[in-house]
Ligand binder design. Structure first.
Ligand SMILES: Cc1cc2nc3c(=O)[nH]c(=O)nc-3n(C[C@H](O)[C@H](O)[C@H](O)COP(=O)(O)OP(=O)(O)OC[C@H]3O[C@@H](n4cnc5c(N)ncnc54)[C@H](O)[C@@H]3O)c2cc1C
Length: 509
């Protein structure tokens, strides 16, 4: 099945679509882990809170991830220490341990059935060249008193591990079951959740924010928290240039021979992530990774062949049962942006750039938001400050943005085909009267032709052969073959042939 195992096997409640104008103290945009954790944390501060979700609760990256709740985010501590100093690096660990603790408490206090299991997390390499990186990380972590154990091998883990780090007392769960439970708890506390209600604009009027939905309703809010993963309202924070969208892939198969109890991730490329999942006496292997920048893969469908080959060569598995893909945003210093959108907007907050570790850090975001809103400060404020200069005044930032400019120009001069021979389930760039379009023929033979200029900032989109979508290599927006939005930051759909040129986003800044 070509969708998230967690989404297809869990059944959450449905919430209404907003069909009227409303006023609220606090509006949270996005009902993924960030939005739901934030709503939970703010539920006792005596304010009216509303959550708006463009799709359904947990249908973003949060319902499609690997479900590892950990402070062991690959090799992170040595790089933070080198860039920002040991104190900040240790603080990153403490923040994520707080996030993990919060999730554990929420599950316990509210009795959420989500297959939560406490397990160690392992970071390993099969490669001699990367062993030194693991050793450096270990040395730094010893100095920071982060309780990693160094191992030469991982027992009962059938890969040729050259070295590994183990962190105990981490956890994994069924991420969608958790969010379904959490949404129910939030709702029972009087917080309003609206599904199928995309936000399409935000402006400030007389110290209040007016937020518009796709169905022309307005929400007046004293404060807004953008928890939508992508930042569609920028306020000159230039977030589109400060983070890159990456897609990764996951598969689920029956596991026929047990492996070591734990969660596993490698340090080299391609990235490989592994965990097990047990439900009703059935054992599964969740395996994937193999990430790439959104819109930058020649043939997305092929990636699953590599994952299945890797899984079959190393584990005793049955046939592949589920496969899917999702994306997250990577900052140049690998630390998320959590806090005020800029220095001027006291009541407009963002949380983004979770670097594929947003389960614990979404809980950290909720802790920070509550502290900022109730006390004006947080011990984690500076570390995650979205306006920190260290995240973009560097060579990596310049390089990424040079690549974006190159992709923009490359897309514009790339030739399309003048032949319209398009097979079923094939997508192609075609030229009609000198203008380029994206054409896709569905499995019933119906042809869809859309303008493929991204409605976010005008880059040329690329066809994604696995998801039959048009993906932006510049800033990660994605559109279904019929033009509807799959991922922001774009707020406007693509136009079908004959409906005129796409509108490029006027609300960005
Ligand atoms: C393959 C993969 C595996 C991962 N595995 C792990 C893991 O094991 N552990 C870990 O810690 N992290 C993992 N991550 C990262 C983690 O999934 C994300 O960082 C996290 O889910 C982000 O949560 P979020 O709530 O900010 O975003 P999302 O879950 O994407 O939620 C944002 C919500 O906002 C909604 N939205 C967007 N735009 C609008 C709009 N305009 N109006 C209204 N609503 C809107 C979306 O529909 C969505 O539901 C993984 C990521 C990937 C790609």
């Amino acid at each position: 099945m070509e969708n998230s195992f967690w989404i297809l096997t869990s059944q959450g409640a449905s919430y209404p679509t907003l069909d009227k104008d409303i006023d609220t103290d606090c509006l949270i945009v996005g009902a993924g882990l960030t939005g739901l954790h934030t709503a939970y944390m703010l539920s006792d501060i005596g304010k009216k809170i509303v959550v708006l979700e463009s799709d359904k609760v947990g249908y973003g990256s949060s319902g499609r991830n690997t479900g590892k709740i950990t402070s062991s985010h690959g090799l992170i501590y040595d790089s933070i220490s080198k860039k920002y100093g040991d104190e900040k690096s240790r603080l990153y660990y403490e923040a994520n341990e707080d996030g993990l603790k919060l999730i554990k408490n929420i599950i316990k206090k509210n009795n959420i059935d989500c297959n939560f299991e406490e397990l160690p997390n392992y970071i390993f390499t099969e490669n001699d060249d990367d062993l030194n990186k693991i050793k450096e990380e270990y040395k730094t972590c010893q100095k920071l008193e982060i309780p990693y154990e160094y191992l030469n091998n991982i027992e009962n883990f059938p890969l040729s591990v050259k070295g590994a780090l183990k962190l105990d007392n981490q956890a994994q769960f069924n991420t969608k079951k958790y969010m379904d439970g959490l949404a129910k708890v939030i709702s029972s506390k009087g917080i309003e959740i609206y599904e199928n209600t995309p936000v399409v604009g935000l402006e400030k009027k007389n110290n209040e924010y007016i937020v518009k939905t796709k169905y022309n309703n307005e929400i007046k809010a004293k404060m807004v928290i953008i928890a939508s993963s992508n930042i569609w309202h920028d306020e000159l924070g230039l977030y589109f240039s400060k983070e890159q969208a990456y897609r990764s892939y996951l598969t689920v198969s029956k596991l026929n021979k047990p492996i070591a109890k734990g969660m596993f991730i490698n340090v080299e490329q391609p990235s490989k992530t592994v965990r097990t999942y047990t439900d009703k006496d059935k054992n599964y292997l969740v395996c994937g990774g193999f990430d790439h920048k959104t819109g930058k893969c020649d043939d997305e469908s092929n990636i699953f062949n590599d994952i299945v080959e890797f899984a079959k060569n190393n584990f005793k598995i049955g046939t592949l049962e589920y496969r899917w893909s999702t994306q997250d945003y990577i900052t140049t210093d690998n630390i998320p942006y959590i806090g005020h959108i800029n220095k001027e907007q006291e009541n407009l907050y963002i949380a983004t750039g979770f670097c594929k570790w947003g389960i614990s850090t979404s809980a950290v975001a909720a802790i920070i938001f509550k502290d900022l809103i109730t006390t004006g400060n947080s011990k984690y404020k500076e570390l995650f400050n979205p306006s920190r200069t260290g995240s973009y005044l560097n060579l990596k930032y310049l390089k990424e943005n040079t690549i974006m400019a190159y992709d923009y120009i490359k897309g514009k001069i790339k030739k399309g085909s003048t032949e319209f021979d398009i097979q079923k389930e094939e997508g192609k760039i075609i030229v009609i009267d000198g203008d380029k379009y994206g054409a896709y023929r569905d499995k019933d033979g119906k042809l869809y032709v859309v303008d493929i200029t991204c409605t976010h900032l005008g880059c040329e989109l690329k066809f994604n052969s696995f998801e039959k979508s048009w993906d932006c290599p510049c800033h990660g927006s994605r559109f279904n073959y019929d033009g509807s939005i799959l991922n922001g930051p774009a707020l406007k759909p693509l136009k079908l042939l004959g409906m005129g040129d796409n509108d490029i986003d006027p609300d960005l800044v």
